[in-house]
Design a protein around this ligand. Structure first.
Ligand code: HEC
Length: 222
């Protein structure tokens, strides 16, 4: 009974050498009931290992796709956004905001884990507007934040004036340290992929898609 259970995960995993498992399984004779329990336990353990290695493989694939490949159509993707976000060097998104969206090197940087505290969220009417018409709110939030990421705070503060945005509700203009994609590592990254059709606008949208993964408040949850 234990054999078939073991057979499947064994072929599925490459991380556990077959010999090792067989050695452990050339078992001390046990009453059949116990034996079954032991094998089932081992099987589920091995199955968990296979699942883990599958997950790791998927993660590695995701990592590989982080930068646009020549075959990618020039559309904003989360993976592209991750490639941009995780650039090294002073004034990358990661540098100021941190790899997990918070606790980066710039203390004033917004917590990307808490979108409800963003000035853009407040300027668009906060929770009341969010609850009233979520689709419209999210569409406006994208427009606002992508504009900020694209231009950086100084230009965004001076030019972003749609009728639905209330600057009085934000508690002041957006901190000039927020450079968005005009930070040197981001600008260099975009330049590097320009020939593949990646524009500043595509890059800003891609990184906006990526940063939604930091959300702990359910704002971007479907
Ligand atoms: C030099 C540091 C710095 C860099 C580089 C930077 N940011 Fe920021 N960012 C800030 C600061 C500071 C704030 C807080 C602004 C405020 O609350 O007034 C901020 C705010 C934000 C916000 C919240 C906006 C809001 O409405 O309150 C988002 C989203 C954001 N940054 C995303 C990014 C992304 C994506 C990148 C990279 C393309 C990036 N930032 C690069 C410093 C930086």
């Amino acid at each position: 009974m234990g054999r078939p259970l073991l057979a499947l995960p064994l072929t599925a995993t490459s991380t556990v050498p077959a010999e090792k498992i067989r050695m452990r399984c050339s078992c001390i004779p046990l009453p059949s009931g116990l034996n079954l329990g032991l094998n089932t336990m081992k099987a589920s353990k091995i199955f968990a290992v296979s699942l883990l290695s599958l997950t790791l493989a998927a993660g590695a694939q995701e990592k590989q796709k982080a930068n646009p490949s020549p075959s990618d159509p020039p559309i904003p993707t989360r993976a592209m956004g991750q490639g941009l976000y995780e650039q090294n060097g002073a004034n990358s998104c990661l540098y100021c905001h941190g790899v997990t969206g918070e606790q980066g090197k710039v203390a004033a940087a917004a917590k990307l884990t808490h979108p409800k505290a963003w000035k853009s969220y407040k300027g668009l009417g906060g929770d009341a507007a969010f609850n009233k018409n979520k689709a419209e709110f999210l569409s406006r939030l994208e427009t606002s934040v992508v504009d900020l990421i694209l231009k950086g705070a100084v230009a965004h503060n001076a030019t972003y004036k749609p009728d639905y945005f209330n600057w009085k509700a934000t508690g002041g203009p957006i901190n000039g340290q927020m450079l968005g994609v005009s930070g040197a590592p981001s600008a260099a990254w975009i330049k590097k992929y320009q020939a593949r059709g990646v524009t500043k606008e595509i890059a800003a949208k891609a990184v906006y898609l990526y940063l939604q993964k930091f959300d702990t408040e359910g704002v971007f949850k479907n």
